[in-house]
Design a protein around this ligand. Structure first.
Ligand SMILES: Cc1ncc(COP(=O)(O)O)c(C=O)c1O
Length: 361
């Protein structure tokens, strides 16, 4: 059966009790405020597939306590942003990329895929309705969180035949509490986040569950995030809890090659493109801690930064590996700063969108 995922099929129930929007002087932080509406859609395998496309007032969700997500963790999410550009226009950054990545996750977790048209139209319609919530000012955005969970109630272990797809929106500032300053990263050598053949390459909620313990422990020690190593050798670098990583060495810039346990980040992909356009030698290849420590000791490890929707480009000021503290240069001419400027110039409309990354609404 052909289903219609166009905008005309999304019903809208307005919230009659809208919340006051945070003022321009408020530090939005990340994920502290939510807008007045959410989008929801339901999938029922035996009742015609995707249905009930609704935008409605933000409210709690009600689910069967036997719902698959509560017991067997069928949960996936995405993260993307809408920007208020300097001339007042609204631009969403690469929604198709996130729709595709969610569906790669559906494949691995045996969940029903969300049709790309439904994903993109729902994001556009919800953002459009909530456009007054999009903060103004460099560094701020409306964070978009599409989520998919298995809702069928049963206890035998198998994939759910029913799903809820929902989207919520949050006006955000900087991801790290340290603001746009450089971050401190702990290299985790005991726990692992993901292994090849597992879930690391998709945005499964389970990956975040497995990363919370080490990240919370190191937060108490003053670190912003943990850098994860591979499960087998604990020497190959994978990624940070919410960012892909890049290292500027004497003769090249490197980022760990996608190996099946690293999330293929959207900002990672765009960063590689920008670096190539700047004619800088960027290589995707395995990178080990052994190599980095040797480079640091020779003065050839010049810069490190993370990339991600939430974190944009985050320079790393300090990398702690066992008892070695690697202090990294915080240079105003750094590659991280150039990239940050390039990304934000495009996102906020100061520079031409030469790669067609933006969807205007
Ligand atoms: C584990 C992980 N790696 C990398 C990223 C960066 O991905 P993207 O650039 O698509 O935001 C994220 C988050 O967004 C993440 O959660």
């Amino acid at each position: 059966m052909h289903q219609d995922f166009s905008l005309k099929n999304i019903s809208i129930e307005k919230n009659n009790h809208p919340l006051p929007k945070p003022g321009a002087d408020v530090n939005l932080g990340f994920g502290k405020y939510f807008t007045d509406h959410i989008f929801t859609a339901h999938f029922k395998r035996n009742q015609g597939g995707w249905q009930n496309f609704q935008i409605k007032p933000y409210s709690h969700l009600s689910m069967d306590p036997a719902a698959c997500v509560y017991h067997y963790g069928q949960a996936l999410f995405e993260g993307l942003k809408a920007f208020r550009q300097h001339d007042g226009k609204v631009a969403i950054f690469r929604p198709e990329f996130n729709a595709n990545r969610m569906n790669q996750g559906c494949d691995r977790l045996d969940m029903s895929p969300v049709p790309k048209e439904l994903f993109v139209n729902a994001v556009k319609e919800l953002v459009s309705l909530e456009r007054d919530w999009i903060p103004t000012g460099m560094g701020t955005a409306l964070y978009i969180r599409p989520t998919l969970v298995g809702t069928e109630g049963f206890l035998g272990v198998r994939p759910s035949d029913e799903y809820l797809f929902f989207i919520l929106l949050s006006p955000v500032g900087s991801y790290y509490t340290s603001g746009s300053k450089s971050v401190r990263i702990w290299v985790e050598t005991e726990e692992i986040r993901a292994a090849k053949g597992g879930l690391g390459a998709i945005k499964a909620a389970a990956n975040y569950a497995s990363s919370l313990h080490a990240a919370a422990k190191q937060k108490k020690n003053g670190f912003d995030q943990v850098l994860w190593l591979d499960a087998m050798t604990k020497d190959q670098i994978e990624e940070v809890g919410t960012m892909n990583v890049f290292f500027v060495l004497k003769n090249e810039i490197v980022t760990p090659a996608l190996n099946g346990s690293i999330l293929p980040g959207g900002i990672r992909e765009c960063t590689i493109k920008l670096l190539k356009d700047m004619n800088l030698p960027i290589n995707e290849r395995p990178v080990t801690m052994t190599e980095l420590v040797a480079a640091y000791k020779k003065g050839e490890f010049l810069e490190m930064f993370g990339t991600g929707t939430a974190a944009v480009i985050s320079p790393v000021g300090e990398l702690q590996y066992k008892d070695l503290t690697m202090k990294l240069n915080e240079n105003p001419d750094s590659i991280a700063n150039k990239l940050y400027k390039e990304f934000t110039d495009i996102q906020y409309g100061y520079k031409e969108d030469r790669y067609q990354w933006l969807t205007h609404i």
